[in-house]
Design a protein. Sequence first.
Length: 226
Amino acid sequence: MLDFVTRFFPHVSENPDAFTKAIVETLQMFVQATPFWFVLGITFGLILAVTKRGGICENALIFEPLDKVINLCRSIPFVILIALLFPLTRLISGSAIGVKGAIFPLIVGITPFFSRQTESAFNALNETLIESAQAMGFSSWGVMTRVYLRESVPRLARVSTITCISFSSEIAVIGAIGAGGLGDYAIRYGFERNQMDVIVAAVLALLILITFIQTIGTLIARRYER
């Protein structure tokens, strides 16, 4: 195995600590930011689904502003969004670089996307289930927790998987502009030094992460699918 790595990834094997550090930083960004955008995305998606016209809690004063803000945030390219958030990131995190400075813009960047994904998952719910719950006397909160959230688990698993894959791409992007991780490693040690094996190693590491995420998401969706 060692001979294989040395032969096909000579520059990686010369400095394994840098590669290991890049993987650790990527995982840190993923693990630290994911709980925030996951909770926020489900919350915003559920609010949009229930406050829309014809929803169980129809409210244009809530739906319209939230809908517009999410559309606005989604329309801004991630690299530009990072620059726009630079002062606020420094204020909140104390730094705008490194893993510490990457968490806030990553959350802001992916939450609108995930919110739309979860909104679609909730809107795809069978209306009969909602009507049945209301007929049984469930409150709006009961319908949201016992019908919207519980019955949408397979769809939420799928859209979460899609979002995690997109999120991995954002981590690579923000890493390449000062946050560290595999994106920074591929650019600094691979592209700038013309060391193709370093770039390939970074891509393979990301592919392994994405494959793992896809597998877990598929298993969860199948487990709760009826």
